[in-house]
Design a protein around this ligand. Structure first.
Ligand code: PLP
Length: 402
């Protein structure tokens, strides 16, 4: 069986993926399955998408040689700076592409789910840009703890619906967005925020984010004389920034891949979001994948200090790549992520999103050769997390003494 960056025609990556949707969405999903590749591959789409990535998002994002970090870890470390994109994370690469797709399919109303609010902001942003109606579903708990992102969405003209079912977090927001889609299948386009959901969403999102590794190829060639690194390191929630980072290197066995998922309080506790360590096969939000669930199949609440990694599932591409051993997956606990966030801040002057700090924490768990070239994706900036960093400086080790 092939384990690559693309699913088969039914949307399966190995045994994971597919499209498990209610009857009423069947037509919507099959329409999208038939439309997405011709749209993405059209010259018209590519011209518009590329122009917006360049002039609106600010791409290419820099590949930055982190000299002090390199010295500390005894190798050459480059940071892929997705934190410098417009709206402060990689999410906009995807929302720009999906809104163009929605327009080409004649849809007039956009819905999206959001956890920390980053995908909500990225969606509200492109809706403002295109003058389209935007409704965002967000767990009530997240509405309260991510207040500034809620204000940003409102300022951008989006309607934010606080979701009061279940634990009132990301997973419930996804369910509510799917429910809304069932009620408005004709005019509504659902912009999914990560490499999750029913086929074709994982493939759409991975293709939109694959611009990250497309740029890495020429940036590495320019900086190191070869177009591949020895290591790629990224954090995973649903898996989109990681999918983009590894997309063009999955078949290249010279490249080792390390993904950092959120361990929360630890994988041997009930307070974790480490789906690839603790999950078992099941169905969540339209896809067969690894899911954190009870013995009788109830989805468990995910727990992590990082709202953007707070998801009890994982994209099917990553479930497959981890299961076949192509990727090495590390669970990074809250305290390790906080410490690593401070480390990058103090050593390179870059405050990373707490999600991205999970990737930084992986560096101290890997063994590098002095000649190794390591690329670490900084998925987002940490402005939204400054309060959390300061409230937890007791976890920052030697960096917490101030
Ligand atoms: C949403 C988010 C993530 C997690 O999502 P993926 O789809 O796994 O990339 C990671 N980092 C930041 C900054 C985010 O906003």
């Amino acid at each position: 069986m092939e384990h690559g960056n693309k699913p088969d025609e039914k949307g399966f990556y190995g045994q994971f993926g597919g499209a498990y949707v209610p009857e009423i969405l069947y037509k919507c999903v099959t329409d999208l399955q038939q439309a997405y590749l011709p749209i993405i591959e059209s010259k018209e789409f590519q011209d518009e998408y590329r122009a917006l990535l360049r002039d609106y998002v600010g791409r290419p994002s820099p590949l930055y040689h982190a000299r002090r970090l390199s010295k500390k870890y005894g190798c050459t470390i480059y940071l892929k700076r997705e934190d410098l994109n417009h709206t402060g994370a990689h999410k906009i690469n995807n929302t720009i592409g999906q809104i163009l797709m929605a327009q080409k399919m004649g849809k007039t109303r956009i819905i999206a789910e959001t956890g920390a609010g980053q995908h909500g902001v990225a969606t509200a942003t492109v809706c403002a840009l295109m003058g389209m109606d935007c409704e965002i579903f967000m767990g009530k708990t997240d509405v309260e703890r991510q207040h500034t992102n809620v204000e940003r969405m409102k300022m951008l003209g989006a309607k934010v619906h606080p979701v009061t079912t279940g634990n009132m977090t990301l997973s419930d927001a996804c369910s509510e967005a799917i429910r809304d889609w069932c009620c408005h299948p004709q005019d509504t386009f659902y912009i999914v925020g990560s490499t999750m959901g029913p086929h074709p969403y994982p493939d759409i999102v991975a293709r939109m984010q694959s611009v990250i590794s497309e740029e890495l190829k020429w940036q590495l060639e320019e900086k190191t004389g070869r177009d591949y690194p020895d290591w790629l390191v990224a954090c995973v929630g649903g898996g989109s920034n990681a999918a983009g980072t590894i997309y063009h290197y999955i078949d290249d066995n010279r490249v080792k891949i390390c993904l950092a998922e959120a361990g929360g309080h630890g994988i041997d506790t009930n307070y974790t979001a480490a789906t690839m360590h603790c999950g078992t096969e099941g169905i969540i939000h339209g896809a067969r994948t690894l899911v954190m669930q009870t013995d009788d199949g109830q989805i468990k609440e995910a727990f992590t200090i990082s709202a953007g990694l707070d998801y009890p599932g994982i994209g099917p591409m990553h479930a497959d790549l981890a299961s076949c051993g192509r990727t090495q997956v590390l669970a990074i606990n809250d305290d390790e992520a906080i410490r690593a966030g401070y480390e990058l801040t103090r050593m390179e002057g870059i405050i990373p999103a707490i999600e991205s700090a999970h990737a930084v924490a992986a560096l101290s768990k890997l063994e590098f050769k002095p000649t190794d070239v390591v690329v670490l994706t900084v998925s987002g900036r940490g402005d939204k997390d400054v309060e959390t960093y300061l409230a937890n400086k007791d976890m920052a080790g030697e960096y917490g003494m101030f």
